[in-house]
Write a protein that binds this ligand. Structure first.
Ligand code: CTP
Ligand code: MG
Length: 234
């Protein structure tokens, strides 16, 4: 069973408000993107497609992939203007695989266990989406910011990545959704549901598997790395 990871790093990182895109910001001496790539490099995936910004493929090649000797990165390709378009480029760059794992390069603390769970679920159910139960109550609001619905918290999960699928299914789902010109697509599970009206399987991610999105998240990530290095509180 061949497994391919698509690691996304073509975003602008606008919510980070930084001059350097967040995926290249330094976290304990390494670029943020290095962390996710290292976990996939050491995992059971066979190869990695890295999706980078149009003008950053060379930078990714020299300053990350070559520099840290990531041997499983088989291609570095330019992404699109939205996340789902970057994913599509990644899917199209895959020649042949059984299972594809789509991962945000801005999630540095993915683990081998999470990768394994998503692959197992994809092999068994066709999909395996890393997620965690919501800690806060979630309310749906109308356009005037009045609450209209409160889903039971026991059933609310916060989606993470990796999101793993049978390759040919997710490729077909993306082809269909792009042909229909649907937009507002924020994750890959959504593409699968919209295309085939079939539920996706959720598996346990981790509360540490955060997506570094805003400056506060960068501080949290620094604290995590310090903890992993055993120098928390030092
Ligand atoms: N991403 C991508 N191509 C895009 C947009 C996003 O490859 N056109 C990637 C990002 O690099 C990131 C992941 O998708 O690893 C999750 O997206 P997000 O956290 O939203 O990152 P950005 O889009 O870069 O940030 P922002 O939305 O704040 O601009
Ligand atoms: Mg974004």
């Amino acid at each position: 069973m061949k497994c391919t990871a698509v690691v996304l790093a073509a975003g602008k990182g606008s919510r980070m408000n930084s001059s350097i895109q967040k995926q290249f910001m330094e976290l304990d001496g390494y670029p943020l993107l290095y962390y996710a790539l290292r976990v996939f490099e050491r995992s059971r995936v066979d190869d990695i497609i890295l999706v980078a910004g149009e003008n950053e493929t060379t930078y990714c090649r020299t300053q990350i992939v070559d520099k840290y000797q990531f041997q499983k990165v088989s291609k570095i390709i330019p992404g699109g203007s939205e996340r789902y378009l970057s994913v599509y480029e990644g899917l199209c760059a895959i020649q042949d695989t059984d299972i594809v794992l789509i991962h945000d390069g801005a999630r540095p603390f993915v683990t081998d266990e999470i990768i394994e769970r998503t692959i197992q679920a994809a092999a068994t159910y066709g999909s395996g989406i890393a997620a965690m139960p919501a800690k806060d109550t979630v309310r749906i609001a109308d356009e005037n910011q009045f609450s209209v619905q409160t889903p039971s918290r026991a059933h609310v999960w916060m989606m993470q990545t990796p999101q793993a699928f049978i390759y040919k299914n997710i490729r077909q789902a993306y082809d269909k959704i792009l042909a229909l010109q649907l937009s507002n697509i924020t994750d890959d599970a959504m593409v699968m549901e919209l295309a085939f009206h079939k539920p996706v399987k959720i598996v346990e991610g981790s509360y540490s598997n955060l997506k570094v999105t805003t400056p506060e998240d960068m501080r949290i990530a620094e604290a995590f790395v310090a903890g992993m290095n055993g120098d928390a509180g030092a």
